[in-house]
Ligand binder design. Structure first.
Ligand SMILES: [Zn+2]
Length: 87
């Protein structure tokens, strides 16, 4: 055990074993609040573009909103382009 290579290997081994380790915990880059907010915006947008037949404005305008169909007429071309049937 007088060979210098043995001492070098032992020294390298102990330096490796005693080196400090760093533990990195990755947090999610996208907060759950943003995901929920975008999901709500998506659902509301889907309803407005695809399914509204005066329901939203009927809260304010009453029964005449079902005949005027303001949002339906506003999103009519987008509705057809997205493949939603309306007439
Ligand atoms: Zn149409």
């Amino acid at each position: 055990m007088k060979h210098p290579m043995v001492y070098l290997l032992i020294q390298v081994y102990f330096n490796y074993m005693s080196s400090p380790t760093q533990i990195v915990k990755n947090k999610s880059q996208v907060p759950i609040f943003a995901i929920i907010t975008l999901a709500i915006i998506f659902v509301v947008g889907l309803f407005v573009v695809g399914y509204d037949q005066g329901h939203i404005f009927s809260v304010v305008l009453g029964e005449s909103a079902y005949e005027d169909l303001y949002i339906h007429e506003l999103t009519h071309d987008m509705r057809h382009a997205a493949g939603f049937p309306c007439h």
